[in-house]
Design a binder for this molecule. Structure first.
Ligand SMILES: Cc1cc2nc3c(=O)[nH]c(=O)nc-3n(C[C@H](O)[C@H](O)[C@H](O)COP(=O)(O)OP(=O)(O)OC[C@H]3O[C@@H](n4cnc5c(N)ncnc54)[C@H](O)[C@@H]3O)c2cc1C
Length: 281
């Protein structure tokens, strides 16, 4: 079989992983904890926050999925919302079943450039999945950054992902968390409204600050608009593009937007780059 190497890519043909544990994260969303059947592959599998893998559900197909674990000291896992054929088959798996994994692929978040800066994470719904890796990594290196702020919006309390993680993260000194639900609920005494309303409430800084924004298109436009109005530079706003991917290694062109291939050049882009692509998220 032809193995195409891409710098930083550890596994180029599907490596077999065992599904060790499955947890319900939110309605239609599950987290799958996995381990490589060949431990030597697992030992070499290193990732950068913001990268993704191609995951094979045998008999159903392959799909792209973000890597939520921190690059350091974290269990290997993915968090997936079921939307169609392959993700439905994934949700039907049980502990002990096997999956295939290729990757990691993509550029990842720009960590070298953000040391010493304030970091604002803005997540809508399952947009928290690709940000989780970066949040854990930054909190593990708290002293290297200024303010660290998470603005997170979900449709309902039940839709909030990683609730136990968030409770833990809140114990890190100086980690500021603002959470909002789209609608009021009987047992919720927190913020109500869309996530962009938190930008003002949190007093988001703009100087020496980078914002990582992930969520559905409707959220993206309002959040970006409010960050720009506040004076944030287009280069300081970073997001991930999601496109249908097949190969993950820049060969099949499924994820091409103009001259960029989201699987290899992305999925992380600055807002200025996204605008240049003429892309509507
Ligand atoms: C880089 C990257 C990272 C991703 N990370 C995650 C993740 O961490 N968790 C997660 O739950 N999902 C993630 N996705 C989306 C996931 O790949 C799709 O939901 C999955 O491929 C759907 O496969 P399916 O066969 O179940 O559904 P399909 O039958 O293929 O699709 C069901 C519906 O979803 C739409 N759809 C499928 N894929 C995409 C896409 N990439 N962009 C927009 N719409 C799409 C289809 O048009 C269709 O309407 C990611 C996608 C990319 C490209």
């Amino acid at each position: 079989m032809c193995v195409i190497e891409q710098p930083g890519t550890i596994v180029t043909i599907p490596a077999i992983v065992n599904v060790d544990e499955i947890t319900d994260e939110a309605p239609e969303v599950k987290t799958f904890y996995m381990s490589f059947v060949d431990p030597s592959v697992g030992a070499r599998f290193t990732l950068r926050s913001g990268q993704f893998i191609m995951c094979t559900v045998f008999g159903a197909g392959e799909f792209a999925v973000s890597l939520p674990p921190s690059p350091e000291h974290d269990r290997f896992h993915i968090t997936v919302r079921r939307v169609g054929k392959v993700t439905n088959a994934l949700h039907a798996l049980r502990p002990g079943d096997k999956l295939g994994v290729r990757g990691p692929f993509g550029n990842g978040f720009p960590f070298a450039d953000i040391k010493g800066k304030n970091i604002v994470y803005v997540a809508g719904g399952i947009g928290l999945i690709p940000l989780r890796s970066s949040i854990v990594h930054v909190l593990q290196h708290r002293e290297d950054f200024g303010r660290i702020i998470l603005l997170y919006g979900a449709r309902s309390f039940a839709d909030l992902l990683y609730r136990q993680n968030i409770t833990q993260w809140r114990k890190t000194p100086g980690f500021e968390t603002f959470i909002t639900l789209d609608r009021a609920e009987p047992n919720w005494d927190g913020e109500v409204g869309f996530v962009n309303t938190l930008i003002e409430k949190a007093g988001v800084p703009v100087d020496n600050t980078v914002a990582f924004v992930c969520g559905p298109p409707v959220m993206f436009n309002s959040v970006i608009g409010d960050l720009l109005k506040r004076g944030m530079s287009e280069d300081a706003i970073v997001s991930t593009l999601e496109r249908q991917m097949k190969c993950g290694i820049g060969k099949c062109q499924h994820c091409a937007i103009g001259r960029t291939l989201v699987c290899t050049d992305g999925p992380v882009y600055t807002y200025r780059q996204i605008k240049t692509l003429g892309e509507v998220i």
